[in-house]
Every structure is written in structure tokens, then in C-alpha cells.
Design a protein around this ligand. Sequence first.
Ligand code: C2E
Ligand code: MG
Ligand code: MG
Length: 731
Amino acid sequence: MWFVDQQTGTLSVTMQPEDLPVRLSSTQSGDEQRLRLVVEAAPNAMLMINASGIIVLVNTQTERLFGHERSELLNRHIEMLLPERYRGRHVGLRTNFFAQPVTRFMGEGKELFGLRKDATEVPVEIGLSPVESDGEWHVLASIIDITERLRVDKVRRATRDDVFRQLILDSLPFSTIATDINGQILTANPAADRLLGYDRHELVGKSALVLHDTKELKLRAAELTEPGLEPIAANYQVIVKSGSQGMADEREWTYVRKDGSGVPVNIAITSLRDDAGNVTGFLKVAYDITTRKRAENYIRHMAHHDALTGLPNRALLMDRLEMAIRQGQRHARQAAVLMIDLDHFKRVNDSLGHQIGDQLLLTVAKRLQGRIRDIDTVARLGGDEFVVVLNEVSGRETLTALINDLAALISDTMLIEGHELAVTPSIGGCLFPDDGVDAGTLLKHADAAMYQAKAIGRSNFQWFDNAMLRATEEKLALGLALGHAIERNELTVHYQPEVSISDRQVVGMEALVRWSNPMRGEIEPDRFVPIAEESGLILTLGEWVLRKACRECVEIQRELKRMVSVAVNVSPRQFQQKDWIATLVNAIAESCITPSCLELEITEGMLMENPEESARKLHQIRKLGVKIVVDDFGTGYSSLSYLTRFPIDKIKIDRSFVRDLATDAADAAVINAIIALAKSLNIRVIAEGVETEQQHSYMFERGCDEAQGFLYGAAVSSTAFAEAVSCIESN
Ligand code: C2E
Ligand code: MG
Ligand code: MG
């Protein structure tokens, strides 16, 4: 049967499976005539061929479609209407078709083309229906030109893709900007607008140059000409690396926002190409790396700066110093290194707490930084150590004023959380190239000079000279020798009598360690105790003194046939040690000393370090029956009333107050106040360093309980102690 498709307007001849093929015969010429009419009236091209492939019938639409006259088509092979490439195969198909004639459609889903007279091709779909005419099989072909349908399909598909693409683009979290070859912006997605602070579509039409910092483009020009990088355009030199798959490499860049501010981005630029492979533009996908950058910068900053003051740390200082050296070498100029250490800073830290100590360091840092030039460097090495590197220096003399200024600035009183504080600096300096030509040596030499400044009484300045090196080396050697001192029996403990002021009776003694080295002779505890503190050796040394003092005290008591106390100095390191109380208990047990005869001398600083923990420990010690004495009282910053928080039995007024008693009214006033307050708090007072009768009388008049000093006797060995006692008491 045939019918006209309402939708496409084409005539189709179809057969249902159960349908019989259309049969036309000359006897039924009415049928054939009707077929001709129908075919002619069909809105699409139709033609009929016989089993040999000869065209026997065409309609006007066929003429129109192929551009041939009817006469040019009739009696010709159907293959003339096919492009050359189909022809051979088509003959075979045709033969097969006639062997088993059934209705078929061709061209649906795959491309099929007809050949026009002008040699152009036309996309078609073909319906084939077998028709029996005059007892012979024919095929009626219905040919539909699908050019328009393909076009519409393509447009529809393209539109769908576009919408899809736009959707993706709009929802992408990355700034995505497409430009033409000249860097003119063609599209920008909302993420780009957001990142750059533009309103929607505002970027379109602008030059992508507005997104860049000209300075950066210039600065990184070298990067732009790397081999393998091709310039986007002459005036727009942000570069693309077109990898093998057209993939762009990622690089860090700065985008400039509408408001002029910069934002660090990671950017990947891909070139857009047309079908012929020519670059037509660029796609720039970028994302904000501010957070990452900030983290990186922070880490970099932390690696090079001191967390408290923000000043360069040792690593950066070394860099700067090396730079100064290189510049000095190039321009034959000098540079200076100053090592600054604050005197007695530890006391501030210990007595007022780290927070105030930190504030003090911060103030010093600011003051130093405010005084130096931009080309100079102030660094903090840690603790209370600062280093100043001065560039382009001409001689030591020219620096005197600056160094005095720095010292004055540091020494200037500062008010921190209600405390009026003053610290003085000890400064050591050295010069490049005179005192060293590398950073390590210069620092070492400035350090040696600073130690010298401290050694000769602090609060002063010293230029480096080679003799100072020996002092530092000496210190190291001393530390090494001290390590062997105990096992080699070089240490002893001497005892200095402590007397009751009212009757000059010996009531106790202070245990003081002594070191006698075969090579070096007698070494002062003021020299080696700090070294032992630094190295940690004080733990072994302290325990050894404690045990020995307990044992020898018992022996002395036996000899004197009366109770005397022994005061043992305890260093901060020992006091902080966890199992120190156990050490103490052992020493008592092993010596059988009456615990109340044992006094422990601690300093104010040790209490302030960690007040709660200190109080807990002191109470534990007190429970054992052992007494607690605060040594060197008055040199710290703590007030007596602060000390009431701790269980204290006695305070020992520092010998510096006693020494200046006669000449310094302020010292006398301090002593008066200490004694008066201690009495009211029921704490005993002992004066240290009493050398004269005058000092003794003063203490006696103020009501001081005990005294210790050369007036009564210096420290002696345990075996000589009883003799010293009888000497004092017989006077
Ligand atoms: P310190 O605990 O303040 O000891 C008192 C110091 O003053 C002793 O110095 C003593 O000899 C000295 N001295 C006593 N009377 C007078 C006097 O009338 N005039 C003067 N100018 N000085 C006097 P030494 O023995 O040189 O000890 C110095 C410091 O070494 C001690 O000061 C103490 O801090 C430390 N030390 C000594 N032995 C030990 C120890 O066994 N362990 C610990 N941790 N430190 C110790
Ligand atoms: Mg002492
Ligand atoms: Mg003392």
C-alpha cells in the first residue's frame, strides 16, 4: 500500500509483513496509470527501476532533486545518481534485493548521499518497495532530501550543548575566562566575576590586561620567553605552554581585582584552536590561592622570624649577615656585628613571670629596631640575646654614638603592667673584615666580646679582640674538666659558720662546694657552678653535695656534742627535677640527720617559675621536717608579702645589701623593711657577708636573728669546723 506521510509530506509505499507485494500488470493498466499519477503528485522524489537497475519511472521532484532532466534519467542505470564510492557495492545490493524483494528503508541512522548533476552530494533517506509489473519485479524508491532535517538537528544539538556548557561554566567554582587571540575577553563565568569583583558580564569586551599587574608581567618577562612557551599576543604576554594534548601547565600568578587589589591565583591557560588547528584564543582557568599562600607565607615567616618579637631569627640573620659580607667584599666596605645580651633578664622572668619577661623583650626589640637604618638588621637569637648587623660601616669610632644610643634605649625604664623595669645590656661587637670574614666567625667573635663585657661587670660594651677567644675556650675546657671532678675526688664541701647575732654562738653552717683541680688549682664556685647549671651537671654535683653535707653535719654534731644545722644550696635545675624529693629523703635516711637540722637554700626566682608547683614541693619538703631558706634575698623582684604564699622558715639577706650598708641609705632602708616584715610574718632573718663589727651591730640593733660572714669565719673543711667554732665562741 502507499500513503503520504502527513508529517514529512513524502509518499511511501509500504508493506506490512502479511501484505502482498504490489502487483501491476498491463492488463491492469489502470493501476499503472494511477501509480504514475500518484508518483508524480508525490511531494518528494520517487523513481522506479527494474531488476537490471534501469530507471523506468521518475517524477518531477526527482528531476529537481538531482538536477537532471527526465530524459537524462530514464533508461539509465540507477547508479548514476550515486556518488562514485557507493556504486560498485550498490550493484551487489540491488541484485540481492531483487532476489528477495521486501520493503526496506535506507539511510536512516547512517549517512547516505545522492549525486547531483553538478557533482554535489545531497544527504538522503530512501524507502524501497518491490512492485511487480508485467510479471517482472521492479523497485519503487522514495527519496527524501534530509539536508534541512540534518541542519535543524545540528542546530538543535548545538543549542543543547551550548546550554549544557553554559550551565557547567556558570556552576564551576573556578574563574574561567575565554579571550580571543588578542586577549579580548569573550566570556567570563560568575566565579570569575566574583573573584575579580566585577558585575555580571562586565568583563566581556575588556582586554585581559586589566586582570594583570604590569609590573609583574615585566618582572616575569624572562618566564614568558622560556622555550616552549608561546606569547599570547604582542601586547598581551601572558604565556601558554601548549603541551602535547593542548594541556596548559599551571602557574602562580597575581590577578588584579576591579578595586586594584591583587589576588594570588593558580592559573592554567589553554589555547583554543579552530578545526584547522590555528590558535583562535585562550581559556584561562584560575582559582584563588590566598589561603594557601597565607599559610605558606606564615610558614616561611615562622622559619625565618622569631615568634615573640617578629624579628629575624638565627636562620635569617645568617642570610643577612652573609649578604652583608658579600656586599662588603664587593664594595670593600666594613660591616659590624653587635651581640646584645640583657643583664639579669632571668631575674625579671623568674620573679615577675614569663609574660612580663616577654613584654620586656618586645619593648627592647622595638626600641632597637626603631634606631637602626633600613639596611641594617636586628635579630633575636632566643632568650635575651639580640644581634644587630650594621652595613656599610667605616671604622669602629664612627659607631660609638650608635652603640651608646642602643645601650641607652635598652636601659631606659619601661612600664610593663604596672611594674617599672630597667634592664641594662652587655654588648660585644666585632667588625668585618678585621675580626672575621664569614658569618659564623663574626657571630662567635661578637659573642666572645659580649661575654667579656659581662665578665667585667655587665652593662658595658666591648670590641672583640683575640684574647677573648681564650676565655671562651677556657669555659669549655672547664666544663669538660668538671665532668670528671667528682670521680677524680677533686670536689670537697666546706662549711661556713652561721651565728646567732645576739650571742655569737654557732647555730649552723652553710655547705659550699669547693673544686681543686691539679692543673688549675682552686676554682671559684661562682665560675664553675653556672657552667654546671648550663650543662646539667649540677644535678649530679648537687646530689653529691647534699649527701656529703648531711653525713658531715652529723659528724660535726657528734664532735660538737650539740645540734647545728646545715644549709645546702639547691639549684633551680635540681628543684625542678621530678624525683628530687626522693633524693632528699634518701640523703636524710642514709645520713641519719635530724631533718629539722637540714636547711635548703633556694632563690626567689625558683619560686616564681611555677608558683603552684613550687608551693606543692615546698610543702612536701616541710612535711619531712626540713627547713626552707630563701637565699640572696632582695636581688629578685619579688616582694616579701608574695613569699607568704610559700612555707618559708628563713630568709638570707643578700650580701650586696650588707656590703653597702654604711654608704647606701637605700640598702639600709631595704634591710630595715625586710627585717621588720619578716618578723611580722614569723620568718627568721639571716644576714650574709657580714665582714665588720659595724655591720654586725647594725644587724643586731634591727633585730636580725643570725649572721654569716668573714667577721665570724670563712668556709672551712668539715674536719676544721669544730676548731673554727671554738675560735668564734671564745672571742
Ligand atoms: P651563696 O649561696 O650566696 O653563698 C654565699 C657566698 O658568699 C659564698 O661564696 C661565701 O663564701 C661568700 N661569703 C660568705 N661570707 C662572706 C663575706 O663576709 N664576704 C664576702 N664577700 N663573701 C662572703 P662561694 O662559696 O664562692 O659561693 C658562691 C656561690 O656559689 C654561692 O652563693 C652559691 O650560689 C654557689 N654555690 C656554692 N656551693 C654550692 C653548691 O653546693 N650548690 C649550689 N647549687 N650552689 C653552690
Ligand atoms: Mg647560699
Ligand atoms: Mg647567698
